[in-house]
Write a protein that binds this ligand. Structure first.
Ligand code: FMN
Length: 195
């Protein structure tokens, strides 16, 4: 035991002070308040976003067009909707956190790619030219993004088919997908690119 402690101490002294942990984010990110996010409604409408969950060992992400910013239980929240069939849902289901990232307009092709291919079948993030980085809490965001919102899951529930308007039921029937799962996440951190 004494020997082990000595080795640990020796190792700690030999590590360079700037040693990079696997969770380090690049310097170009700066932390901002959720209330300073510009045009938040565009994120889920026109501009699209990436929803990611997992960690440095295993993660996945997909494009989302549905979601909201809001307030619940006196907390700032982001709500997203994930079809249970998505590979990303497996990560959402076992994660405490998720992230929503926004990209510059010239990355729309990348978002189209990860929104039409599954991480189950291929390394789609690499093919889409997206580079995962990890927050200090270990959650995935992307080097190419301009805004990253880190959320802690507060509540999740599948949308109920029988409570939906008739037209919306048709949407699910035509696509043969199960109703989306609503994930409400408390906003824990928001970063934007400084330049
Ligand atoms: C513009 C756009 C918006 C999308 N929005 C959502 C969404 O809000 N929720 C959802 O479950 N799927 C959405 N999708 C579909 C998923 O991104 C798509 O099925 C993806 O391939 C799933 O990948 P995965 O299997 O790796 O998780 C959207 C796709 C696109 C192109």
């Amino acid at each position: 035991m004494k020997k082990l402690t000595l080795w640990a101490l020796l190792l700690a002294f030999c590590m360079p002070a700037h040693a990079v942990t696997p969770y380090q984010m690049s310097d170009s990110w700066e932390q901002i308040s959720i209330y300073d996010v510009k045009n938040p409604t565009d994120l889920f409408g026109e501009d699209w976003a990436a929803l990611a969950a997992g960690n440095a060992e295993s993660m996945n992400a997909m494009t989302i067009g549905w979601g909201q910013f809001g307030t619940l239980w006196q907390r700032p929240v982001v709500t997203v909707y994930v079809a249970p069939e998505r590979y990303t849902n497996e990560f959402m289901d076992r994660s405490e956190y998720f992230t929503v990232t926004a990209f510059p307009k010239d990355k729309k092709d990348s978002l189209l790619y990860i929104g039409t291919h599954s991480g189950r079948d291929e390394d789609k993030l690499k093919k889409a030219g997206l580079t995962p980085e990890f927050t200090p809490l270990g959650n995935p965001i992307f080097k190419e993004a301009t805004l990253a919102i880190e959320c802690k899951i507060l509540y999740k529930e599948p949308l109920k088919f029988y409570l939906m308007p008739e037209k919306t039921r048709e949407f699910y029937n035509e696509r043969k997908i199960t109703p989306h799962i609503q994930y409400i996440g408390e906003v824990i951190n928001v970063w934007q690119k400084s330049q």
